[in-house]
Design a protein around this ligand. Structure first.
Ligand SMILES: NC(=O)c1ccc[n+]([C@@H]2O[C@H](COP(=O)([O-])OP(=O)(O)OC[C@H]3O[C@@H](n4cnc5c(N)ncnc54)[C@H](O)[C@@H]3O)[C@@H](O)[C@H]2O)c1
Length: 356
């Protein structure tokens, strides 16, 4: 199952990342975003994404999909079989925007919301055809990180969850269907726990933001890119494996190691402390420069993982290998289509249309 035409409602950090993934898969995308700066911002993200894809798509890339800017949601969603909503995280706004998408989308279109934590059931109330709404929660940068959490609400039909899974997989993603809907799903539940703990560690002066980041990236950060928490801990249990690990470290959970359920007061003092330390850590790079470094690192890591397990590919690397092949196959298809078009007598008289 493939996407023939997509719409992105909201073209900020995440919306633009979706536009990039879709367009670089050769899919035409229409965007609606009221921000007068949206075109420039999407253009910046496209520049970075094209650079990353040129580097990683060693078998070639399909002809880029056309990117157009619509004047309304109705115009953007017309004819789209996948509509991705990525507007700011406010329930009232999600209701308003989803109701408008719902009113104008074609009957069998899948509507995916990028929300980081709102339950789909809570977003379905303003929709007439809520059965095709799923949460499709991605990770930044959407054009490189393959995971998308798919969550259905009370009114979502199973067949639409299945269709969503197929559509997102068709653009090189790894959809994981979450079994029960809860706020913040799975990825952000884990990240939120780490983020809470990190804020305490900085606030209490245990470490700086730079030291905390080093502690992550020189140790378990490296482990987590290639094996998740449970596979890593299985090995940590030694030859006795998971049972031994649980027996050894389980009791520590009741020791006062974390402040997990307490929230530090989010006042100006805390924001200043974090922001100042963050400037000292990373102020020498612009956000665009940091994005470039991040993208190069991510591509290099996925390429390394693609060579894992004796060349079969491991984890995200196994998927990466297939994705590069898929893009290469689509590149051949685009080339053949262009050749056919050029050779057709009807087209020899007309100039070729440019792509966005
Ligand atoms: N930033 C992340 O890391 C991240 C990761 C995963 C999911 N998300 C989720 O993605 C969604 C968007 O987040 P973001 O970080 O891209 O925010 P953002 O502020 O960068 O972008 C939001 C965009 O929506 C536009 N917008 C506002 N009202 C609109 C309307 N009525 N119609 C169309 N567009 C409108 C804004 O102009 C802006 O460009 C949120 O639900 C967020 O929780 C964010």
């Amino acid at each position: 199952m493939t996407i023939t035409r997509a719409a992105c409602v909201g073209g900020g950090v995440i919306g633009a990342g979706w536009v990039a993934r879709l367009a670089l898969n050769g899919i035409d995308v229409s965007i609606f975003d009221p921000d007068p700066e949206a075109k420039r911002k999407v253009g910046e993200v496209m520049k970075g994404a094209r650079r990353a894809y040129r580097r990683m798509a060693t078998n070639g890339l399909p002809r880029e999909g056309r990117i157009t800017y619509a004047k309304s949601i109705a115009e953007a969603v017309e004819g789209a079989d996948l509509i991705q909503e990525s507007v700011p995280e406010r329930l009232d706004l999600k209701h308003k925007v989803l109701a408008e998408i719902d009113a104008h989308a074609q009957r069998d279109a899948i509507i995916g919301s990028s929300t980081s934590g709102i339950k789909p059931t809570d977003m379905q109330s303003a929709m007439k055809r809520p059965q095709r709404l799923v949460v499709a929660h991605p990770f930044n940068p959407v054009y490189l990180l393959p995971l998308v959490e798919i969550v259905g609400g009370e009114k979502t039909k199973k067949k639409h969850v299945e269709r969503a899974r197929e559509l997102y997989a068709s653009i090189g993603m790894k959809p994981v269907v979450i079994r029960k809907e809860i706020e913040a799903f799975v990825g952000d539940r884990l990240l939120e726990a780490m983020w809470r703990e990190a804020l305490w560690l900085i606030k209490d002066g245990i470490c700086t933001v730079e030291e905390l980041d080093d502690i992550m990236r020189y140790s378990f950060g490296l482990r987590w890119a290639q094996m998740g928490m449970f596979q890593v801990y299985r090995i940590a249990g030694g030859e006795a494996g998971m049972r031994h690990f649980m027996a050894q470290f389980g009791p520590c959970l009741s020791w006062p190691w974390t402040k997990l359920m307490d929230v530090p007061e989010f006042n100006d003092e805390l924001v200043d402390l974090i922001a100042t330390q963050s400037d000292a850590q990373s102020g020498q790079w612009s956000i665009r420069e940091l994005e470039k470094i991040r993208d190069d690192n991510l591509v290099a890591m996925m390429e390394a993982l693609a060579r894992g397990d004796g060349g079969k590919g491991w984890g995200a690397g196994e998927l990466h290998k297939d994705y590069v092949k898929q893009l290469g196959k689509a590149a051949k298809g685009s080339k053949a289509a262009r050749k056919r078009k050029a050779e057709s007598p009807a087209n020899t008289l007309e100039p070729k249309s440019g792509k966005g």
